[in-house]
Design a protein around this ligand. Sequence first.
Ligand code: C2E
Ligand code: CA
Ligand code: CA
Ligand code: CA
Length: 278
Amino acid sequence: IKGRYMTRYAFYDKAMRDQMIEEQMIVRNMEYALHEGQFVINLQPVYEIPSKKIIGAEALVRWNYPKGPIPPSKFIPIFENNGFIVRLDRFVWEEACKVLRAQIDAGYNPLPISVNISRLNFYSQDLLEFLQSLIKKYDLQPKMLKLEITESAYMENPHQLIAMVRAFRGNGFSVLMDDFGSGFSSLSMLKDLPVDVLKIDMAFVQEVDKSSRAGAIMESIVELGKHLNMDVVVEGVETQEQLDFLSKIGCREIQGYYFAKPMDKEAFMGLVQRSQDI
Ligand code: C2E
Ligand code: CA
Ligand code: CA
Ligand code: CA
């Protein structure tokens, strides 16, 4: 028994040590990586059903670390702890604005791009001014840039977030509630927070085949969106069955591997061009 305990202890110890080493590596390299252009954005299209037309995209950060890509699930939580996410997010927003500008310069009808706003950004006094300066710099309309926020920002400081969301919308930006339904206060938050779009948490759609409850909840959220005059996006759609279900319950906007995975800027621009060729 003692020997067994020792091996398990050694196992946890090693796993924890590996994780610490990886975390230190990430923190040690982040500044240089940003400076050297190792961070890039990918764009994942959002489609409308039943037309199957592309109607927008979400910008997602990627770290092309020279020894191999590091997934966001590894570095985002670390950057949310040490504050670097604020700089990285601003970089991503600017990259998204460049893609909007590139669409206009190419003569396309620009598709809106949504960007993630980590909760730490809400502690910056100049958040709105920064976004406005980007819109100005790239000569865009604020409605082209959609702002994705999450419940965690609300839970930390509801009054401040409500004021910020009002200010965003008052200045022409659209606001999305990301991962809707994944937190503890989704409904009470919705009561106070005037967002334009609900993005239903991936966990629901990925369970519709197994659980009729997940399906019933999704159907109710789509209905709720209609009553509150909000668009509803479902993300994480991977199969034809899921798509069929969503069409049946009257869902109109979909993001998921079934239609397209996140892709680099060049591939995205090609897709936009083909979608607008008539
Ligand atoms: P999220 O904002 O909920 O983004 C959606 C995630 O789901 C993305 O993962 C996307 O690639 C993935 N996804 C989309 N469709 C499907 C599907 O059909 N099946 C499955 N299994 N996954 C799908 P990604 O890019 O790895 O990002 C993970 C999370 O990291 C994001 O979740 C977001 O919370 C965070 N993140 C990514 N980029 C940024 C960023 O620029 N800023 C901030 N603050 N967070 C970011
Ligand atoms: Ca998101
Ligand atoms: Ca999400
Ligand atoms: Ca998320």
